[in-house]
Design a binder for this molecule. Structure first.
Ligand code: SAM
Length: 275
């Protein structure tokens, strides 16, 4: 079984963990240590995926934020909208403001984009052969993750989004990416649909979720995966960012958890071969 060691292979990471274990023994400081370790990890990922200059500007952004000055704020580490790529993936859109059917509102969460570098870090640790896999983002919003996934040579990259206006923004972003020649995946599309109703090809998948909905929709999605995806040659994986419905996944028996990257802020699952 692939395990949490997927995320423990490099020397710098091992050194951080060693230092953390030594210092975290001071009673009462466990939470502070955990937060410190996470911050160091975020800085490392920024250097790797955003480069030296943008990481430096991001750190300056934090400094100015503390000083309550508005400089370099667009370079802070977590906004998924990286203004330099010309896409609109920014903002937080509360669930009450989304144009979604009234009866589904209580199951939906708000729109907020994932961090592109956390996503890349977790995805790349899988070491899969991308052309064998279809990528699905359930609750894809404006397409921030679609834009990043499309830079890998997946068999397809698909977003399913319930809000029509967010889906339309995703379509505009897809057009921009295609014009820029940034799309390596064989296809890239957003669908305006309820995640629980989307039929899947019978092939290996990377399923992505950034805490998009409550247990009722999650159960429908899992039932759909169970009925549609039977191929076993390459295992399907589920990447769950902010895994609020992890109990529903465990109860389904469809996936086994193989790692908790980003200090447990993500759960990574592999589909059980026997399902
Ligand atoms: C936290 S956002 C994640 C956006 C995107 N996946 C990302 O990581 O950048 C969750 C999204 O799920 C969408 N959503 C909620 N319920 C849904 C459903 N039943 N079907 C499809 N999308 C849904 C919301 O409209 C929202 O855009």
């Amino acid at each position: 079984m692939k395990s949490a060691s997927l995320f423990a292979t490099d020397g710098v990471g091992a050194l951080f963990r060693h230092l953390f274990k030594k210092t975290a023994r001071i009673p009462g400081h466990e939470v502070a240590h955990y937060q410190f370790l996470r911050k160091l990890h975020l800085i490392r990922l920024n250097f790797r995926y955003r480069g030296f200059l943008r990481t430096l500007l991001g750190l300056m952004g934090y400094l100015f934020k503390k000083l309550k000055l508005p400089f370099f704020q667009s370079y802070l580490f977590n906004p998924a909208a990286e203004p330099e790529n010309g896409l609109d993936t920014s903002g937080i859109h509360e669930q009450r403001d989304l144009d979604i059917p009234e009866e589904k509102r209580s199951s939906a969460t708000r729109y907020e984009a994932s961090s592109s570098f956390e996503f890349r870090y977790v995805l790349e640790r899988l070491r899969i052969n991308y052309p064998d896999y279809h990528f699905i983002d359930y609750g894809s919003g404006k397409g921030a993750v679609l834009a990043v996934a499309a830079r890998y040579p997946f068999a397809s990259v698909t977003g399913i989004e319930l809000s029509t206006s967010l889906h339309e923004t995703a379509c505009r972003n897809i057009e921009i990416l295609e014009r820029q020649g940034e799309v390596k995946a064989a296809s890239l599309a957003s669908f305006n649909e309820d995640a629980g109703r989307y039929p899947l090809p019978d092939a290996p998948h990377i399923f992505y979720l950034y805490n998009p909905f409550a247990a009722d929709i999650m159960q429908k999605v899992l039932a759909r995966i169970r009925s549609d995806v039977t191929m076993r040659k390459s295992p399907s994986y589920l990447l769950y960012n902010n895994p609020m419905q992890h109990d529903t996944i465990a109860a389904s028996g469809l996936f086994e958890k193989i790692a908790e990257p980003m200090g447990g802020a993500w759960h990574l699952y592999r589909m059980r071969p026997e399902h």
